[in-house]
Design a protein around this ligand. Structure first.
Ligand SMILES: [Ca+2]
Ligand SMILES: [Ca+2]
Length: 212
């Protein structure tokens, strides 16, 4: 009986050890729960920009990054039905003077809101609106007091009342309230130079808390 008990104890110990180690490796591989507020996103890691449209060629994907050029710079558009929520993305400023982004525009670009950046001595970040075809650029503007270089992360939030906030690397740089009513259809990106780069776009239909 004692021998049988010992065998049973060893067997239970072996089962227990393998169960624990199995749980350990399993918990390291848990797939994160998808964020239900994300409406669409693109990180270009698959090497293409399928889903984006351009009238004239002006973009290509290089090492998982949407890049302007190689021969010309032109606007690029993606369908997007979000007018209130959070837009997050990275812009590269090594070759940058000008990015213009309509975060939410209607089909004919008669109503919308977006941002642009201009790099001169300093980098300016502006919030723009289009109301019944009338363009306000800038509707509000912030001089960052420094020239941006390399990759910088932007988050822009806009609530249903038209209150918007622009965050650069998690820090609030501009706030504005517009009264534009948008029937959201399009996300629009334009640049004036070659070699400008855009990545890690996430579009949410909820205003999220932005962390530094
Ligand atoms: Ca793709
Ligand atoms: Ca990427």
């Amino acid at each position: 009986m004692a021998r049988k008990h010992l065998v049973l104890t060893i067997l239970l110990l072996v089962i227990s050890l393998s169960f624990n180690s199995g749980c350990g490796s399993g918990s390291a591989n848990v797939t994160p729960t998808p964020d239900p507020s994300i409406v669409w996103a693109d990180d270009f890691e698959d090497g293409d920009y399928e889903g984006w449209e351009e009238d004239d060629p002006g973009w290509y994907v290089k090492e998982g990054v949407l890049t302007s050029g190689p021969d010309s710079a032109n606007p690029i558009i993606h369908e997007s039905n979000v007018a209130a929520g959070t837009w997050s993305f990275d812009l590269n400023f090594d070759n940058a003077s000008y990015y213009s982004i309509c975060l939410s525009c209607d089909q004919d670009f008669r109503n919308g809101f977006g941002i642009n950046t201009v790099t001169m001595d300093n980098t300016l970040v502006a919030l723009n609106t289009i109301t019944d075809g009338t363009f306000r650029s800038p509707a509000a503007e912030a001089d960052l007091g420094k020239k941006l270089t390399g990759w910088n992360h932007f988050d822009i939030t806009r609530d249903a009342s038209g209150n918007s906030k622009i965050y650069l690397d998690g820090e609030l740089v501009l706030e504005y309230k517009d009264d534009v009513t948008i029937s959201p259809q399009l996300f629009f990106l334009d640049v004036e130079d070659l070699g400008l780069a855009f990545d890690n776009l996430v579009v949410r239909d909820q205003v999220i808390a932005i962390q530094p």
